[in-house]
Ligand binder design. Structure first.
Ligand SMILES: *[C@@H]1O[C@H](CO)[C@@H](O)[C@H](O)[C@H]1NC(C)=O
Length: 212
């Protein structure tokens, strides 16, 4: 019981808000939870959030009905509260969102290593756009501060071959015209105020934008 409920509360915090409309007080539809653990939790949750009345089987075998109902209420409440908090932060320009990702800046301008370090210390990593929507969400922050930002992309051993900081190859790029052109001397990547990318030396002061 304790294990299940802490499991489910964790899951409730992972559920994203973007599909949830204001005033909607049900956890419904497909819950999208990241990762393998997320998938496992999700299959438990899908049982838990089955609309009451449609199926009389207990949502979680072994849990009394009243506990299932209570847990469901708690999950719905937490999700709503969390989504409202996210809306406040978006409204205040404190975060921007794309799919599962949340982007935020501390407003500081530092070199690549320091920016990456402060993102990791905060439990995230450097903002790394993987598609147009994420690039746009990062650009929202870059525009707000009117400062170029380092991205979580670096040049590999082979000059001209850029990778994510975890070493994986890029599956999305938005190079500015004639970029990258550093040919090995510019190992980092910055985002311009129009959202396009430029390869750049790594010791410049650039806006810290993290993803969480
Ligand atoms: C690249 O892969 C990531 C992770 O699988 C995905 O989120 C992203 O949408 C992909 N980008 C494109 C342009 O397909």
């Amino acid at each position: 019981m304790f294990l299940y409920s802490s499991y489910m509360l964790t899951a409730a915090l992972l559920v994203t808000c973007h599909a949830l409309h204001p005033g909607n007080n049900e956890i419904s539809g497909i819950l999208r939870l990241p990762g393998r653990v997320g998938q496992e939790v999700q299959s438990h949750l899908l049982g838990l959030v089955r609309p009451p009345g449609r199926d009389r089987r207990p949502w979680l075998p072994g849990l009394p009905d009243f506990l299932n109902t209570e847990l469901h209420k708690i999950l719905v409440h937490l999700k709503n509260r969390l989504c409202r908090l996210e809306r406040v932060l978006v409204f205040r320009g404190k975060i921007s969102k794309a799919g599962e990702k949340i982007f935020a800046s501390n407003g500081k301008q530092v070199d690549f290593a320091a920016a990456l370090g402060s993102c990791e210390e905060a439990g995230g990593t450097l903002a790394t756009p993987r598609n147009e929507a994420e690039n746009k969400a990062i650009l929202d922050i870059v525009k707000q501060y009117k400062r170029y930002a380092y991205l979580g992309i670096k040049e590999g051993e082979t000059s001209g071959r850029f990778k994510y900081i975890n070493g994986m190859p890029l599956n999305y790029t938005k190079w500015h015209r004639y970029e990258p052109n550093g040919r090995g001397s510019e190992k980092c990547v910055e985002m311009y105020l129009d959202g396009s990318w430029n390869d750049k030396r790594c010791h410049m002061d650039r806006l810290t934008v993290c993803e969480f």
